[in-house]
Design a protein around this ligand. Structure first.
Ligand code: NDP
Ligand code: 2IT
Length: 445
């Protein structure tokens, strides 16, 4: 396998798509050995085929604000790979959204979904719409306009979208309502639905819960435990909220949260009513974490800074891509951090990952750590197909088992000669093999 040639060719085809190129390089670097040992993959052109999405839809999303002003955003759906099941992946509404970001997310989703053990292909979509400061009515009209275009290319056996940054329960409700009206059928086409209309218990918490279950497995493998550990977390959204709840349940202490404005440091720990307040902060659509420090005097706000300067045992970046760089990684290592578990997708830059691996830190990449969200979406699809709802305990148990299974797959494929577990390599190889073998079975299509 000639990695540099593949990357050079890809860069020529897709110039400037930096996040996409970064994600592809990271995966291919892990695959060199397994591809060289299995020439059938190269002779069937698997690498060239797996790095390109199957198809991309882009569309105009016009909507009217509360004052009657007309706005136009761009909508996207990237259907990446359906070798092992229907396309599956979230929708992101954020002003930074572009094709490079959605292609990186869709590409990661292919491997992540493969790791979940469930039959799901990979996809991603979204819009450059900025939910910040928008009223409920504006959000609703935007979601309706977005779905008027999207509904025709998705379906319960074809492509099943869900939430991501800027898309939570409220947005899924408006999107689903519009889909139902246009398609004239009440199927489970979106996941993350409300529990009264086909949603699964635990789905809102699942990404954060799953991420902490995965961190627990990583620590247990070193005879360590969550109990008594100090956690630094970034973000204050859906993933961060689920992670904070589960860490508290398992006896750990969370001392930071962050937003685009800076981070809050609360040495007394973020628990109880402070976790409830996270939901209010998120629902306010204000894009800032600073008010947390007005509400709770034990928390200090640090303007424009990131939480990685605070000493911790475990770091969990749960905000967005490339939010933890080389300097942050060096600081974490210097301050004695033992474990980094990525709740977000690709939050660590390649240079930061290198620092973690060089220093033999327990480093769990997003596609393994945060797979509990989409896995529980898969469980929501199963319940919809069977037309029944599982109790909370059953969903949580299944989620727990899935995270343990992902950890085992990482151990199987990521163990190095000196015993160090390279979770990046383990997750990439395990995720790849299942999809690549399915693609071999299906022929060149
Ligand atoms: P939310 O919208 O609930 O929260 C996202 C958080 O990240 C918010 O605190 C947000 O602040 C912050 N954020 C977003 N963009 C930026 C930016 N450019 N700079 C700084 N901060 C930013 O999203 P989720 O919690 O759902 O998603 C968080 C991460 O987890 C993402 O990487 C997502 O892809 C990943 N993920 C989500 C899953 C899910 O099921 N929801 C599943 C697996 C992974 P603000 O919005 O105020 O800017
Ligand atoms: O990045 C992700 O895995 C998600 N945003 C969840 C996708 C899903 O289909 O539940």
């Amino acid at each position: 396998m000639n990695l540099e040639k593949i990357m050079n060719d890809l860069e020529k085809k897709h110039p400037g798509e930096s996040e996409y190129l970064q994600a592809v390089r990271e995966v291919l670097e892990s695959l060199e050995e397994v591809v060289n040992e299995n020439p059938q993959f190269e002779s069937a052109g698997i690498l060239d085929r797996i790095i390109e999405p199957d198809r991309i839809f882009t569309f105009k999303v016009p909507w009217v604000d509360d004052e009657g002003g007309v706005h136009v955003n761009i909508g996207y759906r990237v259907q990446y790979n359906n070798a092992i099941g229907p396309y599956k992946g979230g929708l992101r509404f954020h002003p930074s959204v572009n094709l490079s970001i959605l292609k990186f997310l869709g590409f990661e989703q292919v491997f992540k979904n493969s790791l979940t053990t469930l039959p799901m292909g990979g996809a991603k979509g979204g819009s450059d719409f900025d939910p910040k400061g928008k009223s409920d009515g504006e959000i609703m009209r935007f979601c309706q306009s977005f779905m008027m275009e999207l509904w025709n290319v998705i379906g319960p056996q074809t492509d099943v979208p869900a939430g991501d940054i800027g898309v939570g329960g409220r947005e899924i409700g408006y999107l689903y309502g519009t889909y139902k009206k246009l398609a004239r059928e009440n199927t489970g086409v979106l996941t993350g639905k409300g529990v009264n209309w086909g949603g699964s218990l635990i789905r809102p918490e699942a990404t954060g819960f799953g991420a902490v279950y995965f961190a627990k497995e990583m620590l247990a493998n070193q005879d360590e435990d969550i109990k008594g550990k100090v956690f630094a977390i970034s973000g204050f959204g859906n993933v961060a909220w689920g992670a904070v709840r589960k860490i508290n349940q398992l006896g750990g202490k969370v001392i930071t949260l962050s937003g685009p404005d800076g981070y809050v440091h609360d040495p007394e720990g973020i628990s109880g009513e402070k976790i409830e307040y996270m939901l209010e902060l998120r629902a306010s659509n204000q894009d800032i974490v600073k008010p947390f420090s007005y509400e709770f005097p034990s928390a200090q706000f640090h303007q424009g800074k990131r939480p990685w300067e605070v000493p911790c045992d475990v770091a969990m970046p749960c905000a967005t891509q490339n939010e933890l760089n080389r300097e942050d990684a060096e600081l974490l290592v210097k301050n004695g951090c033992k474990c980094v578990a990525e709740g977000a997708n690709m939050p660590s830059t390649p240079e930061a990952v290198e620092i973690f691996l060089e220093n033999k830190i327990l480093f769990g990449p997003g596609k393994a750590v945060n797979a509990g969200g989409v896995a529980t979406s898969g469980l929501e699809m199963s319940q919809n197909s069977m037309k029944l709802n599982w109790p909370e305990e059953e969903v949580d148990n299944r989620l727990h088992h899935i995270m343990q299974s992902i950890h085992e797959q990482c151990l199987k494929h990521g163990k190095e000669e000196d015993g160090y577990i390279n979770y990046v390599k383990g997750a990439n190889i395990a995720g790849f093999l299942k999809v690549a073998n399915a693609m071999l079975d299906h022929g060149v299509i």
